[in-house]
Write a protein that binds this ligand. Sequence first.
Ligand code: FES
Ligand SMILES: [Fe+2]
Length: 377
Amino acid sequence: MVPLELANTHPALRYCWHPVARSTDVAERPVRVLLLGEPWVLARLGEAGQLAAFPDRCPHRMAPLSIGSIVGAGDGAGQVLRCAYHGWCFGVDGRCVEIPALGPGSAHVPPKARLRAAAGVAERHGMVFLRLAAPEPGQAGAGALGSLAELPDVAEAHDPAFMAGDLPVLQARASAGLLADNFLDMAHFPFVHAATFGAEEPEVAPMTVERATSGPFGRWSYTSVSEHAFLNREDPGVAAGVRPLEQRRRVTYRVHAPFHLVLRLDFLDSGGTNVIGFFLQPETERSSRIFSTIWRDDVDHDPERMRSAVEFEVKVVEEDLAVQEAYDVLALPLDPTAEVHTRADRTTLELRRMLAELVEAAAALTGPARRLEWDAR
Ligand code: FES
Ligand SMILES: [Fe+2]
């Protein structure tokens, strides 16, 4: 059956990596984040301050752990997360190591007094990424989702020729699926971005769209390449009369499911490469956060030039949000008959196709039914 739409809380997204914080925002206090409608708590725990992620709910009486504190356990466990309500302490592996109401030591701690860790927590490019669930090995249908375990990378971030600049994290009343769609869409440039970079030529150049069939991400990634004309207002060669204002650039989109998007712009006339990373956090049904970083090899590692490049990008995203926040239905349609597609939409059609396959693959996995057990130790 064709899945109809992808909303921010769709259970298929549990198997995917999502950005949830800037690394620098997770320091000496627990941090609450929302992902797929669920609250999670991030904390640096243990001897080495290892990043841990747990549901933001104490197993005792369900107080949010994010209002607790990080304290030293003093018994070799390093830093632990202390619940604000009755003081239970949890280690980096999620085990409760202290229940103050039962006296010193951990001998009386019930085995179920533990936090269930996220399937994955990782830091990359200055962001914290979470993956909430992983298929059980041997579970029927697990194979198709196995390659979602790999966290995508931005190659240019490791190239010293490039300087990185982070946009402020933006929160929007918008769907992550629709924001991803918008980032990959080229036909809107002259209309939405007339005040920033929109070319006067509205025709979208032909593009190639190539879906991966193997490699570390399996079939959960694709690439789209095209070349088009644009107005290069930043090129000093234009002011000097060496090059025309209208120039050519190659546009390469690299997409990893679900919302890990990289746009690489190669300036074919003036030289230089700009990379825009766009990483989306589906927070709740009606809210998403946008993590965006740009990498440029044409700003001479000058912080001032990077600052103005970041400012420009923020303006571009705000232009996009004016449209995205006006949508009533906050979900990406996955039924190919729900919208009208043209050859100018091939890149965004592939997003729908890939995510529809992901939803179908995830639908094959369902958890076991739960029993009620009353138990006080
Ligand atoms: S609710 Fe957390 S210790 Fe009781
Ligand atoms: Fe846009």
